[in-house]
Design a protein around this ligand. Sequence first.
Ligand code: S3P
Length: 173
Amino acid sequence: MSLYQQIVLIGPMGAGKSTVGRLLAHALSLPFKDSDHIIEAKTGADIRWIFDVEGEEGFRNRESAILEELMTRTPLVLATGGGIVLRESNRDLLQCADAIIYLTTELEYLIQRTLKDKKRPLLQVDNPEAKILALMHQRDPIYRSVATHVVVTDKRSPKWVVRDILSILQPGK
Ligand code: S3P
């Protein structure tokens, strides 16, 4: 059994939280959860619709409610939405986890991976590159202040990123 019962992945859009989280959960035999997917399933609508109809505030309220529900339930590997760290109450809840991994990537890779994105409402703007830059400028210090570990993904395959995380979580194994 893993010593880690709750592992949360945080970081920007396009860092690979969902892909890495799924593989990590499999490697540790823990259930995998993705907060965005749960929000969509519970709402019966996609995130763009929620932003359109309820605004970002409405989405954030749903996100906080889901996080509260998930963090009281163990065990899990949780992939979070990029903005989950914005609310102090969310940051407090995240502290319940055994490990909070900040997946970070060079800006050029974030931009490449999200270039043609049509699903993420915050990137449906005239200049998505500038938006990503501004979000990282605002959020990188917050991710770092919340994280117990920082893992750089860059161009590496999700499998290698998972190996890195496992070697951090299970040194000597
Ligand atoms: C957001 C990131 C998205 C999603 C929503 C808002 C953000 O999740 O929660 O579009 O504020 O950065 P991903 O990080 O999984 O793309």
